[in-house]
Design a binder for this molecule. Structure first.
Ligand SMILES: [Ca+2]
Length: 512
């Protein structure tokens, strides 16, 4: 395996604030009129694939594509990227005290490496998915919350997404499951869908959530059809079918479950496994997660059956913290997940919103049964998988992530990240009636360096008034972020606050 570009990536990653200023001509436009024509590259428009029609294309053959044995040592590894939705940090037995048996996900921990301190770039779906798919903080595109509309996401549309890099590298690429980038529910666009952004195949839902029941309308490319089974099972079936069709040559499979996002729909047979759980909603959540584990099990079994498990890198990650339980919480995201002992939920930049379970398995290439405790980021996924495949990151497109392989293999004993920053729109809980609501131009911010976490809530970013004071937590003693130490450690507040301000000044202003 070659890591030809690793040094370059590291240099980019360790350059604190890089040469990443947004050009003047890329300032956000607030209408389609201002949308600059997009280049005819994998960034968005794949030749005849323009406008959401996926399908077989002429591919440039890889030297290894003549191989008849999928496990040939010359083969590039396959990639299975599993992304889950709104799962609680402590809902997997390997990460917390959970009543839900997840033997298949546990396999990934036993046969691979578990990350205790993995973070996503945002506590909400769209923004987090942008971070994963670009390997960059989505604030570079002016995105600080869920954003819809081609004009609002125009900077994001210019990025070469992870699947496009694999597609250009000769991989067969597929998205099975949830897309949720550039549209929501019935609000879709003719451009910017999965087939415009690097996926050869797409079956799933385009928006943020859907009913899970058999018969729910889902997409195959741009055609709707009724789901023949419970959605979480369908994604597993479709992933297995994709593997059956493509296991002889390298593939990139993005399996993005909409489980365990609301609505709370669980099969009776799954919910029945948790009759000892008193809370009916929690029982439903347990059944939804049980179904997801079963679906993942089918896909892992299929890798075994086809003899390609050793040559497939599997990365498992959740998109943002679990949703809340009370009626004060937004009903579309209330899913009764368990983040404890972390504080906060989806929407929060507290640990409960942005720290997520992560696992990586690549037999004989990364340690099995190990735990990695340094901070890692969802922005690391793109450069790590690209490095594993021996491909190159897109020319001229920086990443905020690093290739994690040398770190988890012990070849690099330093930290992947000295610090990580977050900034996201604040949500206000309802007081008397009505759901939790996003607060435009009111943001929450945070930075973690070592065990220190600095948090600031409800800053009016358009106001010249002094921002609310920072609060400081020591995560080594206070994982629940309850005891504010800002007054006892003013020097730490000053240092981390300064780092955060420099990071923020290198981002793009919000386009909300
Ligand atoms: Ca989510």
């Amino acid at each position: 395996m070659k890591f030809r570009f690793v040094v370059t990536l590291w240099l980019m990653a360790i350059t604190p604030f890089g040469s990443y200023a947004v050009p003047e001509d890329e300032q956000p436009s607030h209408g389609l009129v201002g949308l600059r024509p997009l280049p005819r590259t994998a960034k968005m428009d794949h030749g005849h694939n323009h406008g959401e029609s996926c399908g077989p294309k002429e591919r440039k053959a890889l030297p290894t594509e003549v191989s008849l044995k999928p496990s040939s040592k010359q083969s590039r590894p396959n990639v299975l990227l599993i992304f889950t939705d709104d799962m609680g940090y402590s809902d997997l037995p390997k990460f917390g005290k959970s009543e839900i048996p997840t033997p298949n996900i546990d396999r990934l921990a036993k046969e691979g490496t578990l990350f205790t301190d993995a973070y996503v770039t945002a506590p909400i779906c769209v923004a987090s998915r942008m971070g994963l798919m670009t390997g960059q903080n989505q604030q570079r595109f002016g995105v600080y919350c869920n954003m819809y509309g081609l004009d609002k996401i125009r900077l994001f549309l210019r990025q070469t997404l992870m699947p496009a890099t694999f597609q250009e590298g000769g991989y067969r690429t597929a998205l099975v499951g949830k897309w949720h980038l550039g549209g929501n529910m019935n609000l879709h666009y003719k451009q910017g869908g999965p087939c415009d952004r690097g996926f050869d195949e797409f079956v799933g839902i385009r928006g943020g959530h859907a009913d899970f029941w058999k018969g729910t309308q889902v997409f195959r490319e741009n055609t709707r059809f009724p789901a023949p089974e419970y959605l979480t099972d369908l994604w597993g079936s479709e992933a297995c079918a994709f593997i059956d069709r493509n296991y002889l040559n390298p593939f990139f499979l993005y399996l993005a479950f909409n489980a365990v996002h609301a609505p709370m729909h669980s099969l009776d047979k799954d919910r029945a496994k948790f009759l000892n759980i008193k809370d009916e909603n929690r029982r439903t959540y347990d059944g939804m997660l049980l179904a997801m584990d079963r679906s993942i099990g089918h896909v892992l079994d299929r890798l075994d059956k086809k003899g390609i498990a050793d040559n497939t890198i599997v990365l498992f990650l959740n998109d943002n913290g679990g949703g809340g339980n009370t009626t004060q919480y937004a009903s579309h995201s209330r899913n009764f997940a368990n983040n404890k002992p972390l504080r906060g939920n989806k929407f929060d930049i507290l640990e409960g919103g942005v720290r997520v379970p992560m696992l990586m398995r690549w037999p004989k290439q990364i340690p099995a049964g190990e735990v990695y405790g340094e901070m890692v980021s969802s922005t690391d996924v793109y450069p790590t998988l690209v490095a594993a495949a021996g491909l190159q990151m897109p020319e001229g497109q920086p990443t905020d992530g690093v290739n994690l392989l040398p770190f988890i293999n012990g070849k690099n004993t330093s930290k992947p990240h000295e610090w990580l920053c977050w900034q996201n729109r604040s949500w206000i809980p309802r007081e008397k009636g009505g759901p939790v609501k996003p607060r435009p131009k009111v943001h929450n911010s945070a930075i973690r360096k070592g065990n220190w976490k600095l948090v600031r809530m409800n800053e009016k970013i358009a106001s010249k008034a002094p921002p609310p004071p920072w609060k400081l937590y020591d995560l080594s003693k206070d994982i629940g972020e309850h005891k504010d130490l800002s007054k006892q450690h003013r020097n730490v507040v000053k240092e981390l606050g300064s780092l955060f301000n420099k990071w923020r000044s290198s981002m793009h202003p919000t386009v909300e």
